[in-house]
Design a protein around this ligand. Sequence first.
Ligand SMILES: Nc1ncnc2c1ncn2[C@@H]1O[C@H](COP(=O)(O)OP(=O)(O)OP(=O)(O)O)[C@@H](O)[C@H]1O
Ligand SMILES: [Mg+2]
Length: 233
Amino acid sequence: KELDTIKNEFITNAAHELKTPLISISGYTDFILMKHNENLNPEMRDDLNIIKRNVYRLEKLMDQLLEVMKIDEHKLDLQKFPTNIKELLEDCIREISYQLKAKEHKIKVNVDKNLILEIDPERLYQVFTNLLSNAIKFTAKQGLIEITSKRLDNNTYQFSISDNGLGLTADELARLFKKFETIKSPIRDKINISGTGLGLYISKGIIKAHGGKIWAHSDGLNKGTTFYFTLPI
Ligand SMILES: Nc1ncnc2c1ncn2[C@@H]1O[C@H](COP(=O)(O)OP(=O)(O)OP(=O)(O)O)[C@@H](O)[C@H]1O
Ligand SMILES: [Mg+2]
């Protein structure tokens, strides 16, 4: 137990230290792209954009590691505010609209526009963005993604995010929420989707910290997947 704490502290410090130069690299890359825009030929611009993309991936990984350390140490400090969920979702969809367009997916949102819950908006934003980006990634082109919400009882709201994509076997469903689990299989290798396998582990930690539950359902390969989570009212 003590060894785990020392290990977590080390990873947390390392992730923080690694973020500082990354912020500088991404800042200077943006600076060159903007300030020297006219002096750049297309090849240079493409190369700089590759640097930008990879720095972004590293920054995301560092942020994910920091979240995992907080979850493992039960130190996820929630900043809860009464939040309009539909508006939060619209922000998420705006952020991933590029991926949605690239894959020509349709998205349907069936959430009460007046629904307000006392939650940590930044954390719930992460949960929605990860579930949505998973649905986009693991669904072939022109898929359908649906988000619904319903009141289960006086104390609970339930959300679902469904896709009509790749689906999951019973064995894969059982492993989904593990740390660093990306679920390797020949079919998935063919689609060649990169990820760190931390999104669902973090999502679970966030929903649990809110007093809710998260789980997934799929009827099998190519039968689509639905993720459910609950939040207390
Ligand atoms: N909607 C889905 N349909 C099919 N498989 C899914 C779906 N969502 C998740 N998975 C599987 O579960 C794995 C774990 O998901 P998770 O979000 O934790 O990681 P990731 O998306 O691979 O990486 P990260 O979110 O850290 O960038 C995925 O790699 C994928 O194989
Ligand atoms: Mg993910």
